[in-house]
Structures are given as structure tokens and as C-alpha cells.
Design a protein around this ligand. Structure first.
Ligand SMILES: Nc1nc2[nH]c(O)nc2c(=O)[nH]1
Length: 444
């Protein structure tokens, strides 16, 4: 594997335990890890001039529905709350197949990479027309991004009191069987793993209590992580109270869905007791601020969660409800929303960036990622702060305030995925043409 020397970085935001910020620093990448950090380092590898760059660990995306990049800005779903929005989109998604899953994943992941993301999870919860989880895994592998796909599922259709149409739900036995198949085929638990699989029933209003419980038992038996949507908006809370007679936190706890091997998306409406439950049990949260705004779901209590000790990471969420996959913008939105609700000192730019990097890595159980430290995986984003966005900044390292939202260079496992602002591992232009052709076909 090729060696790289990142030379003379303006600032390195390490995100280590001490939160150190290093200036005029070299970083040597070898064998997939950060081999050396210091000054005047020697290397036989390629030298990358970083004198105009702030270096951060790669950003980590803890929630996405990659297939939704094919349904951005769908007119009927532009101005709806969660349930109505989903009901508009389900019939369109039911026409997807393997090709749609592959290309939409590649587009979404490439957009993430351009925004500095080196590790993304994905929540794929519908499998129409022969689609399979590996359609997305192949897309990530070609691109070279670290990937945590989750085998999502829906099993309760409209006729049984759920939200999705009956045609999009699967039989629960087949869901569990396919979970076992994809874990056995693709999950890698070792340090430096490029693919880790999770188990992810979609949401309380689209799967049964039995599937939630059995999925948790299966995930723990296999030693993989668990993911779902929880407490996303008031409709979600009302459904939980009406159908299960309790709030979402209680529902999750009763069915085994708390613990450091679980992370829930959104959690906009968690109350104080639920925050305490998550903090005590180390249950993680994927905070998706732009999607929460777009769907009018509300402002998640991130300040209270962090103060209580809940592990929090960021998610761009699916592109039908964001509609962008730019994780740096998500970090900025996180900071802004906490300030709107809690005051101007509620969250600093540096804290937002820490949540976007180390925070996300911890939520996904990746203690080998998320820091610029010797021995950690060589997942780095380089941000050129000599451009217009930072011109005049007194603190170029405060990237979330005055910095680029696109990375200049991106390394994953020591391999370059973005160079001079362009993806170098796939033919992105060709992929965009294909994506637009497929979107046009779906819109007919
Ligand atoms: N933001 C989203 N929330 C969801 N809940 C659910 O069941 N599906 C979704 C989704 O696709 N996005």
C-alpha cells in the first residue's frame, strides 16, 4: 500500500482525549494507520502539501437512507410532516431495484466523501424487486469509503395498522434469515474493518414488537450493532402511546433496545427521563438536524443529551428529507440549532466538529477511528482554508463558523479518495448521468 506524508499542516484538530490542536505538523500514513505525527518527518511516500489546510479526523455519518438520493425534492413530499411524507414516497420507492440501490448509494457516499466523511452507516429498510444489502456494499467498496450498512426491515403494513403499504413489507422469518446471511457474508469485527453490518428494523410504526425483540436477540447473538428510528416527531410519540401504551424510551427498553450496541436516529422528542435512560445505558443517538428542520420535526435536545452523557453523532439522514449529504453542513446546523433554542454559548464550533468526528465514531463503536493519533486508522480530511469562505477568518480552525464545506483531500484507511476536491476512485460524472437517467425514469 502506498505511503503518504501530509506535510506542514496549518492546524491539526486531533480530537484526542486532550483535544490537542497542533500547528505546522506532519502526519505519516502507512499500512492503513497513522504511523507518525511530528515535525520534519521523513517518508519515501507521496508528499501532500498541507500548509494551507486544517486537518481533522474524517467525519462520521451515523444515519442515512442512501437510496433516497434518487428521490430528492419530490414535489408531493416537499412540504409534509413525516407520516404524510413517507406515504407520498413509499409508492415511488417500491419501483426501485438493484441498479437504483447501487447508483443512489454511490452518489450519496461520494457526496459525503466530498464533505469530509470517511465512515458512513446506512439504513436500508426496503428491498423491492430483488434489491439486496450488497447492492450498497458494492457501491461503497468501489468508492473506498468505510461503510456500516444496516439490514433494515418493515413488517407491519397498512392492513395491520402500520404506515407502509402492504406491498413493501416483508415476512418476519425471511427478514431474520436475511440478517443472518448478510452478517455472515459481510460483517468484519476486526480493527480497521471497512464493512460492518448492523440489524435495523425500520421504526415502531412499521415493524412488530416481536420483530424488534427478535432482532435484538439476533444482533446480540452475532455481536453486531442495532439501529432504528425513535421519537422522531409528535406523530411518532402519539403512535407509540396509542399502540403500545407507553413512550418510545419505555418501548425501546422493554424490547432490549438500549445499550452501547444500540443507536437510535432522530430522538427529537426524548424527554428528561428518556435522556437519563440513554445516558445510563450508553445508548447512542444519530442527530439529524437538517432533516428534522425539513420535516418540521423539531429541535433535538442535544445540549441536554451531551450534558447527561448520551453518546451523540451526526447523520445527514436520507436525501428525500435533507436533501443534501454534506456532513460539514450538518455540523454547522447542529451548532446553530442548539444556539437558537439554548442561547449563543450553547455549543461551540469545536464541539460541533467533535460530535461530527469522534462523537460519531464512538456511537458506531469505532474506537479505532475518529482521532488523529498514532495507531488510529488513517481516515483524514484536509480542509483548504485559503479560499473565499475563510478569507478574513481570525480562527481558521473554527471550520464550522468560517471554513469550506468541501474537503480538499480525503484519506480512508490511508488511501486517497478525494484529491484536489475531486473523487478519484470512481467515474463520478458517469455515475451522475446514470443517476439522473434513473430519476427521470422513476418520475414518469
Ligand atoms: N427521517 C426519516 N424517518 C423515517 N421513519 C421511517 O420509518 N422511515 C424514515 C425515513 O426514511 N426518514
Amino acid at each position: 500500500m502506498k505511503e503518504f506524508l501530509i506535510r506542514n499542516a496549518l492546524t491539526v484538530l486531533t480530537m484526542d482525549d486532550l483535544g490537542r490542536e497542533l500547528t505546522k505538523t506532519d502526519i505519516r500514513l502507512k499500512g492503513g494507520v497513522i504511523a507518525e505525527i511530528g515535525q520534519n518527518l521523513h517518508s519515501t511516500g507521496e508528499v501532500i502539501d498541507a500548509s494551507h489546510c486544517v486537518v481533522t479526523p474524517g467525519l462520521v455519518n451515523t444515519h442515512h437512507h442512501l437510496y433516497q438520493t434518487l428521490t430528492r425534492a419530490v414535489p408531493g413530499g416537499q412540504d409534509a410532516l413525516l407520516f404524510g411524507w413517507l406515504q407520498t414516497l413509499y409508492p415511488i420507492w417500491s419501483r426501485f431495484g438493484p441498479e437504483e440501490m447501487f447508483i443512489s448509494a454511490q452518489i450519496g457516499l461520494a457526496e459525503l466523501a466530498l464533505s469530509g466523511c470517511t465512515l458512513s452507516s446506512d439504513h436500508l429498510y426496503l428491498y423491492p424487486n430483488g434489491s439486496r444489502l450488497e447492492d450498497t456494499i458494492h457501491a461503497a467498496t468501489e468508492l473506498g469509503i468505510r461503510f456500516h450498512p444496516t439490514r433494515g426491515a418493515m413488517s407491519i403494513g397498512e392492513s395491520a395498522g402500520g404506515l407502509p403499504p402492504d406491498s413493501l413489507v416483508e415476512d418476519e422469518g425471511s427478514i431474520l434469515e436475511d440478517c443472518i446471511r448478510v452478517i455472515d457474508s459481510f460483517h468484519d469485527s476486526s480493527d480497521g474493518a471497512m464493512v460492518r453490518v448492523g440489524v435495523a428494523p425500520c421504526s415502531p410504526f412499521s415493524v412488530s414488537r416481536e420483530l424488534m425483540r427478535d432482532a435484538a436477540l439476533l444482533a446480540r447473538d452475532k455481536g453486531v450493532m442495532m439501529h432504528t428510528h425513535l421519537a422522531e416527531n409528535e406523530e411518532d410519540i402519539a403512535y407509540s402511546e396509542a399502540q403500545f401504551g407507553c413512550r418510545p424510551g419505555q418501548y425501546a427498553e422493554d424490547l432490549g433496545w438500549t445499550g452501547s450496541d444500540v443507536w437510535h436516529a432522530h430522538c427529537v422528542r426524548l424527554d428528561g427521563q428518556e435522556i437519563d435512560l440513554f445516558a445510563k445505558s450508553k445508548t447512542g443517538v444519530a442527530h439529524c438536524p437538517c432533516s428534522n428542520c425539513r420535516l418540521g420535526s423539531g429541535i433535538a435536545p442535544v445540549r441536554a443529551m451531551r450534558d447527561a452523557g448520551v453518546p451523540v453523532g451526526l447523520g445527514v439522514d436520507g436525501s428525500a428529507s435533507n436533501d443534501s449529504s454534506n456532513l460539514m453542513l450538518e455540523a454547522r446546523q447542529t451548532m446553530l440549532l442548539q444556539r437558537v433554542s439554548q442561547g449563543a454559548d450553547a455549543m461551540s464550533a469545536r464541539e460541533a466538529l467533535r460530535i461530527a468526528t469522534r462523537g460519531g465514531a464512538e456511537v458506531l463503536g469505532r474506537f479505532d477511528c475518529g482521532q488523529v493519533a498514532v495507531g488510529k486508522r488513517a481516515d483524514l480530511a484536509l480542509w483548504n482554508v485559503s479560499g473565499i469562505e475563510s478569507a478574513g477568518s481570525w480562527d481558521p480552525a473554527a471550520l464550522v463558523l468560517a471554513g469550506p464545506t468541501r474537503a480538499q483531500h480525503l484519506f480512508v484507511e490511508g488511501r486517497q479518495v478525494v484529491r484536489d476536491g475531486h473523487v478519484v476512485t470512481i467515474d463520478l460524472e458517469k455515475a451522475i448521468v446514470k443517476q439522473n437517467r434513473l430519476a427521470q425514469g422513476l418520475s414518469q
